[in-house]
Design a binder for this molecule. Structure first.
Ligand SMILES: Cc1cc2nc3c(=O)[nH]c(=O)nc-3n(C[C@H](O)[C@H](O)[C@H](O)COP(=O)(O)OP(=O)(O)OC[C@H]3O[C@@H](n4cnc5c(N)ncnc54)[C@H](O)[C@@H]3O)c2cc1C
Length: 472
């Protein structure tokens, strides 16, 4: 079966990869001249990479890790020590660590929390631990029910002091969805905490050893092509063309730089576009259908990714850092954490600037000035007195509509990969799967979509069922 997929982010590429495994021929059309969508990256005039986002892979990403294994590229993940490291705003230049010992879950997580006395007091830890019991005992059902509450509301209903938010969860919410705890759905934090507490290596982090388009997307594309599939860049989906019964007749593709729009036909059609863009292409006859109507409630959140190249090393920490600063979220010295970006003498800090709502339309210069102000608080030793660190160059990448903003009530709006249209399917991190808006969510959505496309074909032809190995 020939399946046309629009979008070569991780969801579209994963969908194509797993369609190949199920014996089908995927043809992927990507609008831009670069693969990866939100993991896309580019080289500047000096040959240095800059990225859409600082990306972390977690031990709790079974589908992503399986994909790396299937492609034979698992050695490209650079695993870091099992820790979470936070800057200490009250003591500039110092860090507070949660170190997970080599013990089974949840003992390792509980030990990491109990051992850390910088951030939470004992009564706060006890109250928080009691608050988490329903999530641990009732699992995902309870976590889903909590989607009606923001994280701050959830803490209040469990009588957990707001200081816990200030110390830990402003940083965690910003890292998970680029918004603060007053806005984020408690389902997001509870999902992450559940995975971290229930899986021994769930919170263990890895960096990719280079830029995602080359080190992750390219091997998926090679795999797809080796199985007879196709991947085309510079080929935007312009229009979804319908038959009289409202099923898809064709995708209209192309039209860049005056080139002609071509009509592409297939047995099945998949959109792996971000939610904000597929909403614009939904044909009129589909608009009243519940699944497509609900998409209106899902909206991308703005975020900014910043790259700062300095004339010296600012830190020797080989890990992700939670800045706990007002404007910044997580950051890392990529000259240490990522093999391809390695520089023994100088730092390249990659920082996520969030929440970015009030900054996304400001100039790069204003954003860099504000970032450097925050950095002076994080690294006072490098930015005071004589011989201060010098910024060699910078790059700002703005994403005005990134992953869907996971506010309360969103879970009910997220669509299934199978739609009411018999030959049209959805993939993308916003579609319903248990890993929310993440690389793991995107890969799982693509894999689930492939499975559902295959299933629909089997329902038609009543063939013997083929299953994807390790499907979760
Ligand atoms: C700053 C930042 C940091 C992040 N950090 C992390 C992290 O640490 N860990 C983590 O797990 N996740 C992280 N994420 C989230 C992760 O990147 C996304 O969840 C995931 O990559 C989304 O993949 P996707 O395929 O669903 O969507 P996308 O990556 O958005 O892919 C959609 C694709 O469709 C293409 N497209 C759009 N319109 C058309 C059209 N008309 N025709 C054809 N193609 C089209 C786009 O160009 C794009 O390639 C981060 C995201 C950002 C922005």
């Amino acid at each position: 079966m020939r399946v046309v997929i629009a979008g070569a982010g991780l969801a579209g590429l994963s969908c194509a990869k797993y369609l190949c495994d199920l014996g089908h021929i995927p043809v992927v059309y990507e609008a831009r001249d670069v693969l990866g969508g939100k993991v896309a990256a580019w080289k500047d005039e000096d040959g240095d990479w800059y990225e859409t986002g600082l990306h972390i892979f977690f031990g709790a990403y079974p589908n992503m890790l399986q994909l790396f294994n299937e492609l034979g590229i698992e050695d490209r993940l650079q695993w870091k020590s099992h820790s979470m490291i936070f800057n200490q705003p009250e003591e500039p230049g110092t860090y507070s660590r949660f170190d997970f010992p080599d013990l089974p879950a949840p003992i390792n997580g509980v030990t990491a929390i109990l051992r850390n006395n910088d951030m939470l007091s004992w009564p706060e830890k006890v109250l928080f631990g009691i608050g988490l019991i329903p999530a641990m005992l009732r699992g995902q059902k309870y976590v889903e029910e909590c989607d009606k509450l923001s994280w701050t509301e959830w803490l209040k209903t469990h009588n957990i002091p707001s200081r816990v938010n200030d110390e830990v969860f402003i940083a965690m919410s910003k890292a998970l969805n680029f918004i603060g705890p007053d806005e984020i759905s408690s389902t997001v934090l509870l999902t992450a905490l559940n995975r971290f507490l229930q899986e021994k290596n769930g919170s263990k982090m890895a960096f990719l050893d280079g830029a995602p388009p080359e080190r992750l997307c390219a091997p998926i594309v090679d795999y797809i092509r080796s199985k007879g599939g196709e991947v085309h860049i510079n080929s935007p989906l312009k229009e979804i063309n319908l038959n009289e019964d409202s099923s898809v007749k064709s995708f209209k593709i192309g039209g860049l730089n005056g080139e002609e729009v071509r009509e592409v036909k297939a047995d099945k059609y998949v959109s792996a576009l971000p939610v904000d863009l597929i909403k614009l292409l939904i044909p009129k006859p589909w608009e009243g259908l519940d699944l497509f109507r609900k998409l209106e409630g899902l909206k991308g959140v703005p975020v900014i990714n910043i790259h700062l190249w300095f004339d010296r090393k600012l830190t020797d920490i080989d890990h992700l850092l939670f800045s706990r600063s007002k404007l910044l979220s997580v950051y890392a010295d990529m000259s240490i954490t990522c093999k391809e970006y390695e520089d023994p003498n100088r730092s390249m800090l990659e920082l996520v600037f969030a929440p970015a709502k009030d900054w996304i339309s400001k100039s790069d210069e204003d954003i860099i000035e504000a970032t450097l102000k925050e950095l002076k608080i994080l690294f006072p030793m490098h930015f005071t007195g004589e011989n201060q660190a010098k910024l060699r160059k910078y790059k700002v990448v703005k994403t005005p509509l990134s992953v869907y903003k996971a506010v309360p009530g969103c879970q009910d709006l997220r669509p299934d990969q199978k739609t009411p249209i018999t030959n049209f399917f959805l993939a993308g991190d916003f579609t319903m799967q248990r890993y929310l808006a993440s690389m793991e969510g995107a890969v799982l959505s693509g894999k689930t979509c492939a499975e559902k496309v295959n299933q629909s074909q089997q329902d038609l032809s009543n063939n013997t069922s083929k299953e994807i190995k390790g499907y979760e």
